[in-house]
Design a protein around this ligand. Structure first.
Ligand code: MTE
Ligand code: MO
Length: 231
């Protein structure tokens, strides 16, 4: 028993030195560093942060993470942009496509430890939607509302960042149903749970409203570089 524990401990130290220890559900698990992960960890963003947040490992495709699916048909799509704004409006899918489109190579980071780097995402900047809705000066947060009551709250500044999108294409194709088709929010600066699939509404609010995961123990802000995993 004692020997077993010492061996576990030695393994822990070796793995921790070679890769990354991630705290999860009361225990630790390890992510061995492959070449891509090492390279991404060495790479620096313009502001000097590592491109890869701590505790993350690079993977080649989005992992299906589930969630209660909404209607993925484009014909049924309606997006409400409303709340503490002067000019609320609603878009159908054709109207979303008629707005200026951004196609960006973005990194996304899931709290379970994987990152998908540099994939191409296309959509409409949330900042452009906000410019049309005209949030009141008192608006401080944005609540993404998705099918079956899933919500995610983000700070206004995160929602208005130039990489934050209502995304409807991924890697040159329409979003897959499991990835939130026909459109999802995408806020790459925060852990991926903040990016609501099967998006139905963007509500500007004066007072914050912790969302689906935030009321279940996850961090309210969710900055991957600060490892804001749990609240
Ligand atoms: N509507 C909705 N959006 C959601 C979720 C969900 O359960 N429902 N899960 C979130 C979580 S925890 C993650 S990691 C990402 C996963 O996105 P993906 O399945 O496209 O990889 O979606 C986020 N958006
Ligand atoms: Mo997640």
């Amino acid at each position: 028993m004692e020997l077993r524990r010492r061996e576990d401990r030695r393994r822990f130290i070796k793995l921790a030195a070679a890769g990354t220890a991630v705290a999860a559900l009361g225990g630790y698990y390890f992510l061995a560093d492959d070449e891509e992960t090492k390279a991404a960890r060495r790479e620096l963003l313009p502001d000097g942060r590592s491109r890869l947040p701590p505790g993350q490992k690079v993977i080649k495709r989005l992992k299906p993470m589930g969630g209660q699916r909404g209607d993925s048909s484009k014909s049924a799509f309606r997006l409400k942009v409303y709340g503490a704004v002067d000019a609320p409006f609603e878009l159908d899918f054709a109207e979303l496509l008629a707005l200026p489109q951004a196609e960006l190579a973005l990194d996304v980071h899931c709290v379970t430890g994987w990152s998908r780097l540099g994939a191409s995402w296309q959509g409409v900047r949330i900042a452009d939607l906000a410019a049309r809705a005209r949030p009141r000066p008192t608006a401080r947060h944005v609540i993404f509302e998705a099918a079956h009551g899933y919500t995610a709250n983000v700070r206004l500044a995160d929602a208005l960042a130039p990489e934050s999108l209502v995304a409807h294409r991924y890697e040159g194709e329409s979003l897959a149903g499991r990835n939130g088709a026909p459109a999802r929010s995408l806020v790459p600066s925060l852990y991926f749970w903040k990016s609501a699939k099967w998006l139905e509404g963007i509500r500007f609010v004066e007072r914050d409203e912790p969302g689906f995961w935030e009321v279940r123990g996850y961090h309210n802000h969710a900055d991957p570089w600060l490892e804001q995993r749990y609240g």
